[in-house]
Ligand binder design. Sequence first.
Ligand code: HEM
Length: 451
Amino acid sequence: MNATIAMPLHTPPTLPGARPLVGVLPQLQRNPLEVMERATLKYGPLTYLPLPTLEGYVLGHPGLVQHVLVTNAKNYVKQTRGYDMLRLVLGNGLVTSDGAFWKRQRRIAQPAFHRERLAGFGEVMTRAANEMVESWEPGKPFDFAAEMMRCTLRVVGETLLSADVTKQADHVGAALTVVLEHLIHRTLHPLSMPEWLPTPTNLRFKRSLEELDRVVLGLIAERRKGGGPRHDLLAMLMESRDPETGEGMTDGQLRDEVMTIFLAGHETTANNLAWTMALLGRAPEVERKMVAEAKGVLGTALPTMADVHKLPYAMNVIRESLRLYPPVWSLGRRVVEDDLVEGYLLPKDALVFISPWAIHRLPEFWTDPLAFDPDRWLVEDPRRAHGSYLPFSMGQRKCIGDTFATVEAQLILTTVMQKVHLSLVPGQTFEPEPVITLRPRGGVHVVATRR
Ligand code: HEM
């Protein structure tokens, strides 16, 4: 903190409804999205959340977000209960590590995500989407969200790990659901039974984690056995050497990074695609424009990586869907040292929450914020680069897979649209379910008709 400023200038309002001892925890447990939204839209720019044993703050303004994630990012670390829970699954991989270790791992992984490398991945993305569409039986309802999970899992398996994981997709999907639900429950219920107690839910979690580990360790073991040179992320991670000691990564470190990419690299994109379908199903005019753009550019051909920039409307549909339903709906950080930001004190050890879900609904930054309007992206707004739009976070910890994800979503969605029209099974409500990521509760059920 700047030593010359002794007193904070502003006192943030406290979120109403706090109860003795438990503070606003019961509200967070009941509906965390609503708490983030209310704090940001009604009480922002900063709202105090009294929590048992710690102080929480919701940052409800892009200026504060930019400060915490970019300008003074080193003062905000991932030592929070939420990340501790994630570490049970991801270990100390790119998402969950901090400091010098994170920096080294990010340096190693970064080249795998360069644009030139991604060029080779487009073909896999379109092929996976095309084969998926071919498997759909016209007239028979199915869950689009579950199909997206399978498709994006296959893509991350083939592109970054050179592995065919299609056969394991259903086990992985089921195990992942158990794991994510368990983690969010434990994050929001600090007084739940300790992890080591053999309760039915703990045992279910343990079994699901073992299932995920079996798949990931299998991929690593397969590669250790040989099988020709590869040029994927796994090869980079396996070949990397510590510049000081010359040592390579242990199997444990590799496991953590592979598990991280495997999970972070498919579930979020699948959710984005599921939400996009839910939105398109209720916006026939947007769908019509997307199909017209694709036909104009591609005719009946399938899209390739080279076509992506020729499909700006499709890109804006994805951007807008990420605005309304950001798969990562909340980010948390622990304050390292007292910090004064825009006249507010953020005290050492406090927990700060940033909710892309809520920030993306701020009426000062978004006209008619609840409307699904891809054309809003035709107008440039520099504020979007400075904290009012952050589906991939921002600053040094910004998502490493942002381009990978948006290109993938565009290629998959365009391939689907080229071949079929999907109509929503009537009577669905699409309630957002904030597990670790934001899923449409119960899925997105559709029926396909060939174009
Ligand atoms: C629509 C899809 C995606 C969304 C919305 C998304 C969002 C995010 C966000 C918000 C973060 C920051 C998390 C935090 O601060 O804790 C993040 C980090 C990360 N994401 Fe993504 N992501 C997506 C797709 C992907 C893909 C496709 C990959 C890899 C193939 C990926 C890999 C990662 C990794 C490794 C990190 C940690 C980066 C670091 O801290 O160095 N993500 N993502």
